[in-house]
Design a protein around this ligand. Structure first.
Ligand SMILES: [Zn+2]
Length: 368
């Protein structure tokens, strides 16, 4: 539920890059990484800027890590994003609390969005330190909703949703056998109260003034934090340097247009200065915000055009994977790939470039 698709040329880095000192600044594809390629190790807190620390938690899968930020906040520190509720993430936090954060007061926990790698340990942390959770309303509600929805088997609407996308009965059965409610299994109980962050709010933390900027498309109401005076942006998953964030149509809102929201958010973020140092949730801090936003927008536009061309014949979501993804879609990626294919098909439909026909519960799209 984080970011799915490695771009074809994303890794490995070009050979000349891998020969450089890992701490040396380098540039790649129009972005500059002033701290080099190295990230913080277990129990390590890198002083990124005055009052801003950078730590990493290990997470399984191709992402491998999530970045978390430790912000000086009066006589203590605020934590931004939390990792999954799994042993390795708890251990990584413990190493920080016993190491560089030993004796530090924790003032609050801020989550950029509800995805489990960001929100997973928010409940564990806020309870442990008796501090409030700060989020946007859309993200807090979504997390609370998903964590409350645990059942033995998927609701019939979920099976219909997969069938509509073109999954065969064998795949549907295999997915149904996994039960329903995985979210709650990797997210500690989410606090029943929270402090709401809204667009334009200002959070005074230490000597810095962080402005809340809301993005959408990857999730309903993603909070970025921008320190205009200090030239920093905590970007969460709204802008990532090397992978494209997952943008999916899901079961909860099948007629949504998340790719439209995502592209609009890119336009909104382009109004920020290009000089910001961007602190992403995955990968390394970088400058070159506008180049990255342009590349993301062009990538989606190119895929929309390629998909449109492919819809000369009616296609289902599962028929579009080859056009949209550089890599073969295996079963572990099927859900994310389906959601992303639906997001592109839905965008074409909203733009009037595709029409949908439903036959026996299966959705077929063709170019309009
Ligand atoms: Zn995410």
């Amino acid at each position: 539920m984080t970011s799915s698709r490695a771009e074809p040329s994303a890794e490995p880095a070009s050979p000349d890059v891998s020969l450089t000192d890992p701490d040396e600044p380098y540039s790649h594809k129009g972005l500059t990484y002033p701290l080099g390629r190295r990230g913080p190790g277990q129990g390590e807190l890198i002083a990124l800027a005055e009052g801003v620390g950078w730590a990493r938690l290990p997470i399984p899968g191709s992402l491998r890590h999530i970045n978390v930020w430790v912000l000086e906040d009066g006589d203590g520190v605020a934590l931004v994003d939390t990792g999954l509720d799994i042993g390795p993430c708890r251990e990584a936090w413990d190493a920080l609390f016993e190491g560089p954060l030993a004796g530090r007061r924790i003032t609050r926990v801020i989550c950029t969005h509800f995805h489990p790698d960001h929100l997973g340990l928010a409940g564990w942390l806020t309870e442990r330190f008796a501090v409030p959770l700060w989020m946007t309303r859309g993200e807090w509600l979504f997390g609370r909703m998903l964590s409350a929805d645990v059942r033995d088997a998927p609701p019939p609407a979920a099976l219909d949703h997969w069938r509509a996308a073109g999954w065969d009965e064998e795949r549907i059965e295999a997915e149904a056998a996994k039960g329903w409610g995985r979210f709650a299994s990797i997210v500690s109980p989410i606090p029943v109260s929270y402090v709401r962050m809204e667009e334009g709010d200002r959070l005074r933390l230490g000597s810095r003034d962080w402005r809340v900027l809301i993005g959408s498309g990857h999730c309903p109401e993603h909070a970025c934090l921008v320190d205009d005076a200090g030239g920093l942006m905590i970007a969460g998953d709204q802008v990532l340097p090397r992978i494209t964030s997952n943008v999916s149509v899901g079961l909860s809102e099948p007629e949504a247009d998340p790719l439209g929201e995502w592209l609009a958010s890119i336009e909104k973020l382009k109004r920020l200065p290009d000089s910001l140092l961007v602190l992403p949730s995955h990968g390394e801090p970088f400058t070159g915000l506008h180049a990255r936003l342009d590349a993301l927008a062009h990538g989606h536009r190119d895929r929309l055009d390629a998909l449109h061309a492919r819809l000369a014949e009616p296609r289902r979501a599962v028929d579009c994977f080859g056009t949209l993804f550089a890599r073969q879609v295996d079963d572990s990626m099927l859900g994310l790939a389906t959601g992303e294919a639906l997001a592109h098909l839905r965008r074409l439909e909203v733009e009037g470039r595709a029409v949908r026909e439903v036959r026996d519960g299966v959705h077929w799209y063709r170019a309009a």
